[in-house]
Write a protein that binds this ligand. Sequence first.
Ligand SMILES: Nc1nc2c(ncn2[C@@H]2O[C@H](COP(=O)(O)OP(=O)(O)OP(=O)(O)O)[C@@H](O)[C@H]2O)c(=O)[nH]1
Ligand SMILES: [Mg+2]
Ligand SMILES: [Zn+2]
Length: 290
Amino acid sequence: MNGKIIKGIGGFYYIKTDEGLIECKARGKFRHKDIKPMVGDDVTIKMENGKGVIEEIHTRKSQLIRPTVSNVSLAFVVFAVRNPDINFDLLNKFLILCEYNNIEVIVCLNKIDLVSEEEREEIKKRINVIGYEVLFINAKKGIGIERLEEKIRGNITVFCGPSGAGKSTLINKLSNKEHMETGNVSEKIGRGKHTTRHSELIDVADGYIVDTPGFSTLEIKDLMDKNSLKYCFPEFTQYNDKCKYRGCLHYKEPNCALKEAVESEEVNRYRYEFYIRALEEIIEEEKNKW
Ligand SMILES: Nc1nc2c(ncn2[C@@H]2O[C@H](COP(=O)(O)OP(=O)(O)OP(=O)(O)O)[C@@H](O)[C@H]2O)c(=O)[nH]1
Ligand SMILES: [Mg+2]
Ligand SMILES: [Zn+2]
């Protein structure tokens, strides 16, 4: 029988199959192979003495570490326009993380009730120029979520963003249920705690969604090597092969097409500077390894 792991708790996995939800243990052999079933995995299971056992894990299309979910194909990157204020460095890190994992991105600007129209348009523009779709939403009231429902279909979608952005509120609206505990922003920051703790797939609009505990730090340098970084900036794509030097990192090399594009304001300077900061961190990290 085939199915999909939608939840894992204390060594048990819950598999959604045509015959309903089945509780399974993993076969011992996985432990030796250093492979552990993950939420999101498509699996083949078997019944043994009335108990479910995971026999096989099908090849993963992608694998996220935080949250630990496989086969994710879409991300809603959720940031509040206010309370907490939008942190563009962190937003960039989430965007890079998604690009690195080949995950399509939609940026959701939440809590639009808290700022003026001009203010939100200003923020939207900064993200649009990179090439991402940006939606204005009010998760609390369920405003602006139709497009999200449409996109969820056929995907495993992760919600990522800082604590207090409104991810769980949005999920509750999309699923019409109070699946997720939500919390007060000042309480969260005060206690330094997250409301959301474990990942599980929730069935919504013919797709699956995953809530993610918000986090405020994310290290690009732990993720990739210096040559991979430039491919995580979609607006660099058309320049990546136009520099004088093959494998140009757009750093200190002369005759760099990307640096020229920054000079002529075709590429946003803040994004380029962010790229350089991340690149320098990776280079520094690589030095320490040798
Ligand atoms: N004004 C306003 N407040 C909102 C909106 N959406 C969510 N909130 C509030 O923001 C607070 C945080 O929302 P959560 O959904 O818990 O945030 P989260 O992103 O899940 O946070 P973590 O689980 O800690 O990562 C709650 O008090 C929500 O009621 C909105 O559109 N407008
Ligand atoms: Mg939450
Ligand atoms: Zn270059």
